[in-house]
Design a protein around this ligand. Structure first.
Ligand SMILES: [Zn+2]
Length: 271
């Protein structure tokens, strides 16, 4: 039958919500156990969404009901970013709401000046990472390596005005990683390998959001590595099968029917 998708609302444009929620629902439905502790904890939007996902699974509400129930609270949170009517939404703004885990440390970023060795540490409380122009990304794995290896940062030393070096270390294996790749021409690696306290760990590709012609669509990768595409305007509540991930190259995943990848979601591999 394939994954469930969200049907587009032509009155109050909903494609950004449809694309993100289709990916999140299909992550949730495959492993609903412990979702709250792994992902939703301390994020009221994700907690609310999980409650609605449960109602969807039990056939109490349709996907569109779920979306329409949560949209007013998103709109009220920031009416300029999340308008009603025939207006679009910035995917970074929307995904930030769901991927920022307040008061939980996802990673540490260590800055050090190479000339005077002045240093400081920043904490990161978001599963969402936005690509910077300083890195000409060739693949999401290479970008991840760039973040976790010691590299020149855009921060200037307060002491001597030199560029500081920086590297990031995850506090533990993140349940999700959302990578904003729109600014760069980045191939989408089938999996991400990260070192957590020197131990190699893997995150699997779970979904990709595409943007083009003022409309968001999505690809879903299920646990059997079957790839599906969704467009709330055309496939509506269904997703269409595209075959197995191993037959679709990272290069090919950059685009979907004339649209460009903007957000890539990886999920920690669970046993
Ligand atoms: Zn310095």
């Amino acid at each position: 039958m394939g994954p469930i998708g969200f049907t587009w609302d032509s009155k109050n444009y909903s494609c950004s919500y449809d694309a993100l929620f289709t990916i999140l629902y299909n992550i949730w439905i495959q492993t609903p156990r412990d979702f709250y502790t792994r992902i939703a904890m301390r994020n009221s939007f994700m907690t609310h969404l999980e409650d609605l996902f449960r109602d969807m699974r039990d056939n109490h509400i349709s996907p569109e009901d779920a979306r329409n129930i949560i949209r007013p609270s998103i709109h009220n949170y920031n009416p300029d970013y999340f308008p009603w009517g025939k207006k679009g939404v910035n995917m970074v703004h929307l995904s930030e709401l769901f991927f920022k885990i307040r008061a939980k440390i996802i990673a540490y970023k260590y800055f050090r000046c190479t000339s005077c060795s002045s240093n400081y540490t920043e904490t990161i409380d978001s599963f969402l990472f936005v690509q910077l122009h300083q890195f000409e990304g060739t693949s999401t794995q290479k970008w991840c390596n760039f973040l976790t290896n010691n590299n020149p940062s855009s921060q200037i030393c307060n002491n001597c005005n030199q560029n500081m070096m920086a590297y990031m270390e995850f506090s533990r294996l993140p349940a999700l990683l959302a990578l904003d790749v729109y600014a760069q021409n980045t191939s989408i690696s089938h999996k991400l390998s990260v070192k957590i306290w020197d131990e190699p760990k893997t995150l699997r590709l779970a979904g990709i959001i595409y943007l083009g012609k003022g409309h968001f669509t999505a690809r879903i990768v299920d646990k059997n590595k079957e790839v599906w595409w969704h467009d709330g305007m055309t496939t509506q509540n269904k997703c269409k099968n595209e075959g197995n991930l191993q037959n679709i190259t990272p290069q090919k995943l950059k685009n979907l029917k004339g649209r460009k990848a903007c957000l890539v979601v990886y999920e920690a591999c669970t046993k």
